[in-house]
Design a protein around this ligand. Structure first.
Ligand SMILES: CC(C)(COP(=O)(O)OP(=O)(O)OC[C@H]1O[C@@H](n2cnc3c(N)ncnc32)[C@H](O)[C@@H]1OP(=O)(O)O)[C@@H](O)C(=O)NCCC(=O)NCCS
Length: 176
């Protein structure tokens, strides 16, 4: 799966360009609390450049910018899972100052639409800590359903799934 630029009402999602986006993403992600619930735990300001560079090697990562002022507010990602390549894992991290405005819902909808434009893809998964109420609300609002714990080393996380049929039911309702 290759990434392309995605535009929504208020956001521009551009495939991560580490050189172009580094300074802006460091500025966004160094806000205190950004990594409160993210899998690997807090990332210090000093560690952010290596963390951001590392995002480039995993699936597609998009830098999320507000269209109005081009300010970067975070990133989201989609990684096709081996071995079959018919499921993809979604992730998103926004700076806390951009929470509560619907930006995550807007960005996630665009990424999910682009994922299901790939005919082979059966569904999208997301994993999160059980106490991550904002992330659970986000995925539940978009129609993901809980399917138990993530297998393997992230078994402290809940897994959510959105399959193609469920997404199609939601989007056909959305446009009618
Ligand atoms: C998970 C995360 C991205 C969710 O962000 P969020 O700001 O809560 O989600 P949204 O941008 O969709 O905003 C939803 C809220 O904005 C409100 N809102 C305001 N304007 C809105 C609009 N135009 N459209 C939709 N919602 C809007 C909603 O009512 C909702 O408020 P509520 O939570 O009080 O019900 C964010 O908490 C985060 O970055 N967390 C750290 C990283 C993380 O945990 N990632 C999860 C991995 S999947």
């Amino acid at each position: 799966m290759t990434g392309r630029e995605l535009q929504t009402l208020r956001l521009l999602l551009s495939p991560l360009d580490v050189v172009r986006d580094m300074t802006d993403l460091v500025a966004a992600l160094k806000e205190p609390g950004t990594f409160a619930y993210v899998g690997q735990g807090p990332v210090s300001a000093a560690e952010l450049p290596a963390f951001i560079a590392g995002l480039a090697g995993r699936g597609i990562t998009w830098t999320i910018r507000r269209l109005a002022d081009n300010i970067a507010i975070g990133f989201c990602s989609l990684e096709v899972l081996a071995p079959a390549g018919v499921w993809a894992e979604f992730g998103i991290v926004l700076a806390p100052s951009s929470h509560g405005a619907g930006f995550a819902t807007e960005a996630t909808n665009a990424v999910i639409d682009s994922a299901f434009a790939q005919p082979r893809l059966e569904g999208v998964l997301a994993g999160m800590k059980p106490g991550n109420a904002a992330a659970r609300k986000l995925v539940e609002r978009l129609g993901f359903v809980p399917i138990g714990n993530v297998p393997g080393p992230r078994s402290d996380e809940l897994a959510y799934r959105l399959n193609r049929a469920d997404r199609e039911a939601i989007t056909s309702g959305r446009s009618s």
